[in-house]
Design a protein around this ligand. Structure first.
Ligand code: ADQ
Length: 778
């Protein structure tokens, strides 16, 4: 099969349509709640104006995924087509005044957007009124409950591998760009896609635009051939008028009864056509969002990134967005199913095959990318030789950027309408670059946006300039990656390229967003961050209030632990403390304050400060419980503490989610002397469990832990202003004093911590603002 223009990833098509059919059928059988997917955003897919196609395209109500495959589409004007034409002069040529043209273009796009939303609202209302006659209350309730099923068995995974690329700056050598047309073909499932280009061209009626992917060509084809069937007649969309005479299979009929997005949001509440339904929270801002991360809890987690990737998408979905998470498949995940899609990518001259697995859980599509290089790497996500790590990330980003065209979630691919990627840290900072180089530079996905989230700037994906040859980009992209560093000299820096290319950049707290702009806090990237200040924003992380909730915590249901709430704080926490002491073999004493530490053992977390404070601490009547893994010398230090102070210290070296939960519940105090902390999740978990944080006031710790004020009885914990042992001792000393002498104040601090709304909901709203700002940005 012929190669497609300059699209490096998509060259030829193979098909295994039977796999898809089985996959979808099995998926529905195994996951009945799949039918409850929110019906929300509007996808504008199809002809790309710049590729010489028609200026009209077919949109589909995103909710009606399966209608698409049945050809039941209805026409709307694509935003990109409108934007394109309005930017041109009267004669269709270039405008005389580009600024004026841009303003005109923006106005028209906004007006059209408004018009579209109105149309959608009307059609939804109409659909609801029709459906309300069909769906019984019971069915709605049952399906809603299924749709809310969630994981109960969070798997713990371990990791300590922190051998990152940036630790290994090597020598500079020449680089080269391997032309992408060497890439192998892909096997996609949708049968339509398997047809030859010639056939599509014939159907399409136009000469094929040279640089379109087969997927886009196919959606263009749908646009031109199906539209006649999908016009609304007699006030009803054709998919409904055709229903009676159709010979739909059972499965397809199930989909026709799927609840609308309003139903999903309203839970089991019934509705009638006249009910005034609150719109999905996201309302007119509904987007298709694809979050891409190399770890995602509960399947894979080495730290806070995994927690965020597991929780933020669900909060965005609750707001009414169609949301997908893309992560590597490191093990055998029982919840997932093969999508039937496979593709071969070339990475550093080597063919690497990936397969796409999928699941639909808690309103979110999860797509896992399977490859030999990811297998069993959950404990070593960032470990290995620099080149090997880089190759893994290149493969992952290449495979992830194609997902909206390859994986039919709920029966239909996301496509590029209203689409935004959220990439996370340097590992996926290549994604915005690939989006630009492989798609946008070729006139494809030009309205798809990318947001890059900085969780930790200390790791940047650095290497010698020669590493550019691994990333498979045209030569002129090299400058994006080049950065001068006083220590390493000129080098290759993936985070730098991602920050420059992403449409928006977010970091995980306000405090850290300020620090990143400084020489001390930006780790060499402060210049780029300052230059891109206009697109940069801090949003404080939330917590998963289902997993990290003392009332329901699954790890507190055995071994003497207990669930507790604000009402049962005193007795519940005391019981958890006793259970922790017992489990760890510490003296069972209710009156002794238990100090906890949980975290990666590295310079960032300030473990060395705790080491310096140990002699003072051991002079106090306290117990210290430390859980962590990472740097071997610090791991050894933990073991030594325990060895030297067996009656007071436990140093648990390893990664144990269960132990992390139990320490959070059983300890009285959580110590976080981090030298820098972009946000920090443990202090948030601690406060939610009535455990009082003592933190270095830096980054997100400063944002989230307001210092206790004994005069006003306000505040949430203790803070200290510089990472020095004396300061730590001073803050911890005051904390211990309050614990012993001022029980009421102590309880007040605990209660205020527990009463906060630390959920992801607020952060999700802020992310939504960023997504929408990116969407309307040119
Ligand atoms: N040994 C162990 N066993 C079990 N669980 C362990 C563990 N060590 C750590 N964890 C868990 O890993 C998570 C750590 O989250 P953090 O936010 O504190 O740190 P991290 O530095 O990894 O994340 C980065 O990204 C997050 C997310 O944006 C930012 O909050 C943070 O500041 C930034 O450094 C918590 O869920 C914690 O319980």
């Amino acid at each position: 099969m012929a190669s497609i223009g300059s699209l490096p990833c998509i060259i030829e098509t193979k098909t295994d349509s039977s796999v898809l059919v089985h996959s979808i059928i099995n998926r529905r059988l195994r996951f009945p709640f799949l039918t409850n997917r929110p019906r929300s955003s509007i996808e504008v897919s199809g002809i790309n104006a710049s590729a010489g196609g028609s200026s009209e395209a077919v949109g589909m109500c995103r909710g009606q995924n399966d209608w698409c495959s049945r050809g039941n589409l209805w026409r709307i004007k694509p935003l990109h087509a409108i934007g394109k034409s309005s930017a041109q002069g009267e004669d269709g040529g270039e405008p005389e005044d580009p600024l004026q043209a841009t303003i005109e273009k923006s106005k028209k796009v906004l007006a059209t957007q408004r018009e579209l939303l109105q149309q959608i609202a009307e059609r939804r209302k109409l659909l609801s009124s029709i459906q309300s006659g069909d769906i019984s209350q019971e069915e709605e309730e049952a399906s809603f409950e299924q749709g809310n099923e969630s994981f109960s068995n969070a798997k713990s995974s371990s990791s300590s591998g922190d051998d990152t690329v940036e630790d290994q700056i090597g020598s500079i050598a020449s680089s080269g760009y391997e032309h992408s047309t060497e890439e192998k073909e892909f096997e996609t499932v949708p049968s339509a896609l398997s047809r030859g280009l010639d056939e599509i061209e014939k159907d399409h009626g136009d000469a094929l635009p040279f640089n379109k992917s087969p997927i886009e060509l196919e959606s263009s084809k749908h646009a031109s051939t199906d539209s006649s069937k999908t016009e609304w007649s007699d006030g009803l969309p054709s998919f409904l008028t055709n229903l009676e005479s159709s010979t739909l299979k059972d499965e397809e009929l199930v989909d026709l009864k799927e609840p609308s997005v309003e139903e999903v949001h309203d839970g089991a509440a019934g509705f009638t056509s006249e009910d005034v339904k609150p719109p999905p929270l996201a309302g007119p801002n509904v987007m298709n969002v694809i979050l891409v991360a190399v770890e995602c809890a509960p399947w894979s987690k080495t730290g806070g990134l995994g927690d965020v990737a597991g929780a933020l998408p669900k909060a965005l979905a609750r707001r009414g967005h169609r949301v997908m998470v893309v992560a590597p498949l490191y093990g055998d995940y029982a919840e997932t199913q093969h999508s039937g899609v496979r593709k071969v990518y070339k990475v550093a001259g080597q063919d690497m095959e990936v397969a796409y697995f999928q699941a639909y859980i808690d309103g979110v599509d999860f797509v896992f990318i399977e490859s030999a290089v990811f297998r069993h790497m959950e404990n070593n996500i960032y470990a290995g030789k620099r080149e090997d790590i880089l190759k893994r990330m290149v493969l992952f980003c290449k495979a992830a950027v194609d997902v909206p065209w390859l994986v039919p979630c709920g029966g239909a691919c996301y496509g590029d309408g209203n689409l935004a990627f959220i990439a996370n840290d340097w590992h996926t900072a290549l994604l915005p670059v690939y989006l630009k180089a492989y798609y946008r530079d070729n006139g494809l996905m030009i309205y798809t946006r990318s947001i890059l989230v900085i969780h930790n700037i200390a790791h940047q994906g650095r290497g010698p300039v020669a590493d550019f040859s691994f990333v498979d980009l045209p030569g002129h992209y090299l400058d994006l990656f080049k950065l001068y560093d006083p220590i390493g000299g000129e080098h290759f820096n993936i985070f730098a390229a991602g920050l420059k290319t992403a449409d928006r950049v977010v970091t995980v707290s306000h405090g850290y967003s300020r620090e990143l702009k400084t020489v001390e806090g930006g780790w060499g990237l402060h210049g780029i961050i300052n230059e891109n200040d206009w697109k940069f924003r801090g949003i404080v992380n939330g917590i998963d209030t289902k997993d990290w909730n003392p009332q329901h915590d699954a790890f507190l249901k055995s071994d003497g632990y207990t669930n507790y709430s604000l009402e049962t704080l005193k007795t519940g926490k005391a019981q958890c403390k006793a259970a922790l002491q017992k489990e760890l073999g510490l003296p069972l004493r209710e009156d002794v304050p238990v100090i906890g530490f949980i975290g990666r053992l590295d310079h960032q977390k300030g473990v060395d400060l705790i080491a310096e404070a140990i002699p003072w601490m051991m002079g106090q009547d306290v117990q210290l419980v430390m859980l962590g893994s990472g740097r071997p010398d610090l791991e050894e230090m933990l073991r030594a503490f325990e060895h030297q102070h067996r009656d007071k210290v436990r140093g648990w070296v390893g990664f144990s989610v269960q132990t992390a939960h139990r320490i959070t519940a059983g300890a009285d105090i959580l110590l976080m002397p981090s030298r820098f902390e972009p946000c920090g999740l443990n202090q948030l978990y601690a406060m939610n469990y009535g455990t009082v944080p003592v933190v270095h006031a830096v980054g997100g710790l400063r944002d989230t832990v307001h210092p206790f004020n004994p005069y006003e009885e306000s505040g949430l914990g203790w803070t200290f202003d510089s990472a020095e042992v004396g300061e730590l001792i001073h803050a911890l000393g005051n904390c211990l004093y309050t614990y012993r002498e001022y029980k009421q104040s102590w309880e007040g601090i605990q209660r205020r911590g527990m009463m906060q709304d630390l959920s992801w909901d607020h952060a999700a709203q802020n992310y939504e603002e960023v997504l929408v700002a990116a969407k309307y940005q040119w």
